[in-house]
Design a protein around this ligand. Structure first.
Ligand SMILES: [Zn+2]
Length: 521
């Protein structure tokens, strides 16, 4: 009897101990040890995957409701050195039979598009077409983190976190119980992984920072596990999603089938090139040019904005890239147009490089003008006030009170939207017949006859008709359709140029393309 009582007391103490752990989680050490034995993670110092598959252009879908535009991976290889925190990924992309709808650098692809991305610890770089390193050190953190969600990297990083925890997950209806391990690495990145009855890692769910999505969900499924020698197993099929959200599901990012996986390959560790080690940190550069009375081009980076003065307020066309860029554009607008509130920020289209600063616009209190196709995504995904733990921005750090007064609202339109004080006007027109983005707008300033476009050229003056892109032809056709009287083109990418040059260069290309008109509607 006495023994039974003692046992009961001990059991109660254990249960109390468990009860204070979050959500019935237990220390993951035993499971991770079993997972290590099953996959041989501790024996893997380096690993090389080679294969083929598909890859997508993140944030460049035709509309906010579509999957990412994808292309084929004619060749793919990834080499990881865990001890040196090095990873090298090489891709040869081709368009294949994938529809040419959507955006992205070089999309749709003609011929082959090659890329090599690398990371070693806190240094990251790409190789350009000539094979020279281009520093990308601001990408190093996420690239390094992605090493810790690879199949063997996950087990290594989870074992290195003394607080790694495990909980059961019931897939009710499928009759399946998986165990889910959660850990933290590099001080802030969290990852979870689902392990099956054989202690194999089937799926990773994690988050990386993104200016549009915030803590953006990444899901990676590992299947087709095979023996690769010396007690090491590796998955030959990898399927990745990026950017899924309850409102936008099924965002396929990558799917690769390995033809070969080699563990402990030679020379997997990378040497940081001097040009990368000594590269200055990228900083926001602002260069302003007056375009007309009350109109300024704010350039100096990869994406321009335009500031416009009205009688009682100011407006900005385009809040690109991210919080840092767009806050600098806002500050410059206040310097150019002192004492007037920025009432509107006009958005050309939803692609992430063009909408990454909309949260900064919202934090400033501005009303965002955009196509009605973007309403749900902007209101319910991009501008929501929940915290952004991995990369806090102005709106998440200084939120508006829920009871109000809140930020400006969205103003949406289908074909045309005007901001006017009777003298100065900004008119947004929806672009017809355009494969790059279903919501694309061109923005016209009738007083100065300036036309602002994103991702539609114009091409350099004198470009042969055969080399003029369909995007510039679409710009030409829409100017004619809308009967716009344009003197100067102001692109979001590149420098302003005259409409006379545009007519001479794009006119013949548009005439050639006319028989095929009607495609891609
Ligand atoms: Zn675009």
């Amino acid at each position: 009897m006495r023994n039974v009582l003692v046992t009961l007391v001990v059991v109660s103490a254990l249960m109390l101990g468990l009860a204070v752990r979050p959500a019935a989680a237990q220390n993951a050490r035993a499971l991770l040890q079993a997972a290590d034995n099953a996959a041989g993670a501790s024996k893997v110092n380096s690993i090389q995957y080679t294969g083929t598959g598909r890859i997508s252009y993140l944030g460049q879908n035709f509309t906010t409701a579509d999957d990412w535009p994808r292309v084929d991976l004619k060749n793919w290889s990834q080499t990881i050195d865990y001890g040196n925190k090095s990873a090298k990924e090489e891709m040869v992309r081709v368009q294949g039979n994938n529809p040419p709808r959507g955006g992205g650098a070089g999309f749709p692809i003609t011929g082959e598009q090659r890329s090599t991305t690398l990371v070693t610890g806190n240094y990251a770089w790409n190789l350009n077409a000539q094979g020279q390193p281009q520093a990308q050190n601001d990408q190093a953190e996420v690239r390094q983190f992605m090493i810790w969600v690879t199949p063997h990297g996950f087990i290594k990083a989870a074992m290195a976190d003394p607080n790694a925890a495990v909980t059961d997950r019931e897939f009710v209806g499928e009759g399946k119980t998986l165990r889910v391990v959660g850990f933290t690495t590099m001080g802030k990145y969290k990852a979870t992984g689902e392990f099956n009855a054989q202690n194999m890692l089937e799926r990773v769910v994690t988050w990386i920072p993104n200016p549009v999505m915030g803590d953006m969900q990444v899901e990676i499924r590992y299947t087709d596990w095979r023996d690769v020698g010396n007690g090491i197993k590796a998955p030959f099929h990898i399927h990745m999603h990026q950017g899924d959200h309850p409102l936008v599901r099924g965002m396929n990012y990558m799917d690769v089938q390995a033809s070969e996986v080699k563990a402990n390959v030679e020379s997997a560790s990378l040497t940081v090139p001097d040009a990368v080690r000594t590269a200055a940190a990228p900083r926001v550069n602002i260069q302003t040019t007056k375009l007309a009375d009350g109109v300024w081009l704010i350039a100096g980076g990869s994406h321009n904005s335009v500031a416009v003065e009205f009688k009682d307020f100011a407006a900005i066309i385009e809040a690109p890239l991210d919080d840092a860029r767009s806050n600098a554009v806002i500050a410059e607008t206040k310097r150019l147009i002192p004492g007037k509130q920025i009432r509107y920020v006009v958005n050309t289209h939803h692609h992430w490089d063009h909408s990454g600063g909309l949260r900064a616009a919202s934090a400033e209190g501005a009303t965002i003008v955009t196509n009605e196709l973007n309403k749900d995504f902007y209101e319910r995904v991009v501008l929501v006030p929940q915290p952004r733990a991995l990369s806090p921005d102005r709106l998440s750090q200084f939120p508006f009170a829920t009871t109000g007064p809140g930020p400006g609202k969205l103003e949406t339109y289908r074909e045309r939207h005007a901001i006017s004080d009777g003298d100065q006007s900004i008119i947004s027109y929806h672009v017809d017949g355009f494969n790059h983005a279903g919501d694309m707008a061109i923005v016209y300033l009738p007083k100065s006859k300036l036309l602002i476009n994103a991702d539609m050229g114009p091409p350099a003056a004198g470009t042969p008709a055969a080399n003029v892109s369909p995007n510039s032809v679409a710009l030409y056709n829409n100017i004619k359709r809308l009967k716009l009287d344009v003197s100067q083109h102001v692109p979001i990418h590149g420098n302003p140029s005259s409409n006379a040059d545009f007519e001479r260069t794009v006119g013949p290309a548009a005439a050639r393309a006319r028989p095929a008109a009607g495609q891609g509607q």
